[in-house]
Design a protein around this ligand. Structure first.
Ligand SMILES: CC(C)(COP(=O)(O)OP(=O)(O)OC[C@H]1O[C@@H](n2cnc3c(N)ncnc32)[C@H](O)[C@@H]1OP(=O)(O)O)[C@@H](O)C(=O)NCCC(=O)NCCS
Length: 177
């Protein structure tokens, strides 16, 4: 059994990643990722994930200034466990609804402590990318994520109400120094 680690996306974890993607689809996430297409050309997908691209927040990607993003995967025993996206800076959208850091654990691996592990491991990477204080935004009813953020040292800033276009968000700052 090996320790979990954060790595750049790699085709080495293709099978477990695609299995996780099917789990994410079942809860309505990442539906824009087509599993049969990715299966056929996983290398191109990995190349895209490893390119520090602008944050493609759908359906608002046309509206916001792109912010470079570093994507890493939490891997344990050669299996994909989860993803953390670190945006190098905020734009108006990330400042309110996306934050610097987004983290997710594949549904079948939740409740085993990986949520805290992935966020704690993201902190030095954020620091390396020049982020001293990282913003995290979370739905007010997402009690598990709030617990992870607070347990990792996140300090509550405020709660933004739902608007016609955007959902409500609690905002937290995480010291990355
Ligand atoms: C948020 C998320 C990453 C947490 O991952 P996880 O691996 O389940 O988290 P952990 O196992 O580290 O659990 C964190 C804490 O929540 C508690 N917890 C876990 N599942 C729970 C549940 N269903 N109900 C209540 N508490 C729960 C754990 O007991 C733990 O607290 P403890 O350390 O005091 O015991 C995961 O639920 C997820 O991927 N959610 C969807 C994406 C998301 O919301 N990301 C956050 C965006 S900011």
């Amino acid at each position: 059994m090996s320790a979990s680690k954060l790595l750049r996306p790699s085709a080495d974890y293709k099978d477990s990643y695609l299995a996780a993607l099917a789990e994410y689809h079942a809860e309505g996430r990442y539906l824009y990722c087509n599993i049969p297409i990715l299966k056929g050309d996983f290398e191109s997908y990995i190349t895209a994930l490893r390119t520090e691209r602008g944050y493609p927040h759908q359906p608002y990607q046309e509206w916001v200034e792109p912010a470079p993003e570093t994507i890493t995967w939490l891997v344990k025993d050669d299996q994909y466990i989860g993803t953390v996206d670190i945006r190098h800076r905020l734009n108006w959208h990330l400042e309110k609804w996306g934050g610097h850091i987004h983290f997710i654990i594949r549904p079948s691996m939740r409740g085993k402590g990986f949520g805290k592990k992935i966020l704690l491991k993201a902190i030095p990477i954020a620091n390396y990318l020049g982020i001293n204080k990282a913003l995290l935004t979370v739905a007010p009813h997402n009690h598990v994520a709030i617990r992870v953020i607070e347990d990792c040292g996140g300090k509550f800033e405020d709660e933004l109400p739902e608007t016609g276009q955007f959902p409500a968000r609690k905002r937290y700052w995480l010291d990355c120094t």
